[in-house]
Write a new protein. Sequence first.
Length: 115
Amino acid sequence: MKLYNWDQLPAEQMNAQIVRKVVHTEQMTIARLNIQKDAVVAEHAHINEQVANVERGALKFHIDGLDLVVSTGESLVIPPNVPHGVIALEDTVVTDVFTPRREDWIKGDDSYLRK
């Protein structure tokens, strides 16, 4: 068992509009992202199931040919290997949970977030 405090975790500036804090466990990755309005996360896919929990703000996901707005208090489940991209409609805080854990992030292969 391990207790984490988001306020005490190191923040990583991914690009000019996205800041990320991450916890990796043996089985999952949990990330809290602060995303500025109009920021874009390029379309990408990964082997991980993802749950995006919007704590504050709104994100427009482009997924499976559809645009879906996810707002404060809502969660979106994205199955593995499904291409998706995001535009921040407002300044947003989102907590993403991934399983299995994001080995690509651990290795630093997250260039789609750094654009």
